[in-house]
Structure formats: C-alpha cells, structure tokens
Design a protein around this ligand. Sequence first.
Ligand SMILES: Cc1ncc(COP(=O)(O)O)c(C=O)c1O
Length: 360
Amino acid sequence: MRPYDLTNNYPVTAGQDSALRAALAEVCRGAMPGSLWPAAGDAAHRRAIAGLLGEERELALVSDGMAGMGLALSLAQAAAQTQTGRAGVALEEFSFPLARRVLALAPLHALAMDGEGPLPAALEALMRQPDAPGVLYLMPRIHNPLGFSYSPARRAALAEIIRHHDLWVVEDAAYAFLDSGPGLAPLLPERVLVAWSLAKPFSLALQLGALGYPAALAEAVEEAILLRGLTGNPVMAAALAHMAESGAAAALIAEKRAEGLARRALAADILGAPEGPAWHLWLPRPAGESALAFQARWRAAGLLLPLPTDFHHTGAETPFFRLSLGGEPDRARLSEALTRLKAGSGGTLSPQRGPGGGAP
Ligand SMILES: Cc1ncc(COP(=O)(O)O)c(C=O)c1O
C-alpha cells in the first residue's frame, strides 16, 4: 500500500495548474519576455507581484525561494557587519531545517520561544553577550514548524529591541500568504529583508522567489543577483504578473486559505486539534522514544512524517513532531491518515501553540 504523506508541506489546490497554464498561454501569445536586465526583474512585473504579496517596499525576483533566503541572509550579514561589526546570526530555537543548514557556517545563537514568538528577555540576554549577533532569522507569520504567528504585542516588543541594537532581520515569509496580518517589516522597514516563497502560494513550477528590501539596499540587491546569476525566469515572472493583474493569483490564495481551513477542521474533528490558518501542526510525541525510532515506527505503520530533530536548532531530541496536512492532495486520504495517526497514538495527541505549551 502507498504510504500516507504527512511530510510534504507545499499547499497545492485544484485550481493551481489551470491558473498557471492560462497565464502562460497569454504570455506566449505576445512577444516573449527575454530580458535579463535589470537582474532583479522587470519593473512592471515586480510592482504587480509586490502588490499581490502586500510588500510595500522594493521587491526583487530571484530564481527560487531558497535563493532569496540565502541572498537575504548574506545582504543582512554584510549590512550588520558594516554598521555594527557583528555578523553572527540568531534563529528561533525551533526553525526551518534548511535555514539551519544554510546558516551552519555562521556563528549561531538560538532564541527561546513561547506561544507568542521569541522571548524578548532571551533576545535582551543574547545582546549582552560579547559575541552578540548582528542578524535575526525569524518567521513572524505562520512559523515553520510551530504554525502560529507572533502576537501584536510580541512583534512590537521585539521591534523595539531590534531597533535599539541596530539588528538586521531576515523575515522568512514562506507561509505568510496564509495569514492576512502584518510581519515585522512594517515596524522596521529600514532593517528587515523579507524572503517570500512564490512556490507555496502559486506554484513550484514557477521556480521563482522574491525578496522585499529597504530602498537603501537597492544597488546591493541588484549587484548580488547579477553576480550570483540568480535572476528569476522572465517568462515565469510575466506569467505571475499576469495572474496578479487578472485576479487569478488572489483567487488562488483565497482557494488555498479555504482549503487549509477545511483541512484544519478535519484535524480538529479527528485529532481534537485547534482550528487555524496553517497547513501544519506541532504535536507532542511520546517521551523516551528517539526521533529516528518514532519516524521508523510510523513508516512501518504506513505514515510518512518528518524527522522531529530536524526542527531543533541543534538537531537535539524534542518531544514534538510536525504534522503536515498538505502532503496528500486528496482530502479523503488525509482523513484516513489522521484516523490512523489518532488510533496509533493512544490518545496522546494534544496539539499546542508554543514549543512547550502555551494556549492553543
Ligand atoms: C519556512 C520556509 N522557508 C523557505 C522555504 C523555501 O521556499 P520555497 O517554498 O520557495 O521553496 C520553505 C520551503 O519549504 C520553508 O518551509
């Protein structure tokens, strides 16, 4: 029997392929966009896509989401090094596994969190250390793996500390399209770089990413994209800009939000999980069983789950795991998988918001 995929976290909906196909057909009817200048993308495409994402500052297009994140981190580190002499990076204690690997070469610090976001006191304490960081890599909207967005009070408290210490921020907004609230950029427009995914809200087939940045970095961004060969594909950029202008892209986002809510309602029914906008949940797992043994046990029972230790900043054992509701395109199969998960968990699944508790 084909195993159930509770690992893959790309939210895909039925209308996605037809929306992209229609936009590409429109692009192909006109003159083929072929200019690689400016390196950060055609100005009209960038404006259309920025409007779609709600990015109010400059937006550059790059060759995919990970390229955008890597670029944002190196630009932020360079700016921090120049301004403060500190290029080290701090990330949340639970974070996106690939970011942790991208950052493996930098001096890394971790920020303790609760159910509202990173703890301001933990950041203050870090900034008193002799090797205090110059850059924070954060996920204020629909955190991966925790699935929540920072509270407004926490965003404001963190922004004050960030400003006080001249920190630079890379905001990973991969899942921000699922949450209509603001991130950190509106509070700190001059020191936040936003790495947007265009794969999750629109399509992996675009093979595009986007970077929101302060106007003061415009030349550095253009130069870095040019020198690293990270220019986004202009045909795909034209197709996405077309989807933005026709309203198809906004409709797709609405469809993905609605599908996510329906999947969470299913998880609420079967697991007793709270409802919410994220397509993933952070759940407790039995104490005393290693992450590897946990993953292998569920694999043998027909469920594919990500390795829990991948989300901890040091790769340490953690009594939680991430459940993705987007891996199975068919909701009926998702329902079967969740029922199997519930049955095999002996009633120990009580979903939570913070890493170690906190109100759901
Ligand atoms: C938090 C986070 N950031 C960035 C990315 C990478 O971006 P993209 O979706 O464009 O590949 C992912 C992909 O899974 C992610 O989960």
